[in-house]
Design a protein around this ligand. Sequence first.
Ligand code: TMP
Length: 258
Amino acid sequence: MSRRRQIYEGKAKILYEGPEPGTLIQYFKDDATAFNAQKKGTISGKGVLNNRISEHIFTLLGNIGVPTHFIRRLNMREQLIRQVEIVPIEVVVRNVAAGSISKRLGIEEGTQLPRTIIEYYYKDDALGDPMIAEEHIACFGWASQDEMNDIADMAVRINDFLSGLFAGIGIRLVDFKLEFGRLWENDFSRIILADEISPDGCRLWDMATNEKLDKDRFRRDLGGEAEAYQDVARRLGLLPEGETAVLDLETHRKKRGK
Ligand code: TMP
């Protein structure tokens, strides 16, 4: 395979130059990190599953009119995306208390929130992604007021849609993280959904048992993370019942050095 120019390497994905101007190739790794990369590991087959899961969710969101960077999946670990200027804000939507909000405010994990909360974090690894208020975003010019209105509107729509999608397959959407980007067209830009939506950046609990089906299995050393991601993919109809053949095939290829 010819070497493509690498544009950026993150903790879980690599971005390469795309085939046409304005496009990129997003490659999904098996690498997993937590606590601002203080904890590192791999989840076997995660990249393949997240590529499929994110493709599926972005396609469905596109169908209901949420603009996204997704163009099409290219192969097991890569998708073609639109190049955007990433807004340096992580948008976290919470329906149920868990993780940092439980810790910070002393709310028991699993408490249903009386209303959905949207939080913003400044995307800066050196600072450990600190939580910020909209005041900071306006003050430091990270996004305009119009852009923030679009971001908040989309976050609410995405939450409503995904909460229903997951409820339909017996999963509670506890919380999740979104990233947005500016798509430039001539001198104008508009905000579209970027990055990925997968069990890496969502809390997904089985509705019947409260079992965690997301990256908390890795963060909290619970084990069974690959199986949990597979379960999510299977319930979304992306893996034939009881089949992990695609993943096995890939492992097989790797072993043979291809
Ligand atoms: P938190 O409870 O740790 O703040 O996480 C809230 C949600 O955001 C959870 O679903 C995991 C996701 N998340 C990321 O995707 N990346 C991050 O760096 C962090 C801190 C959280």
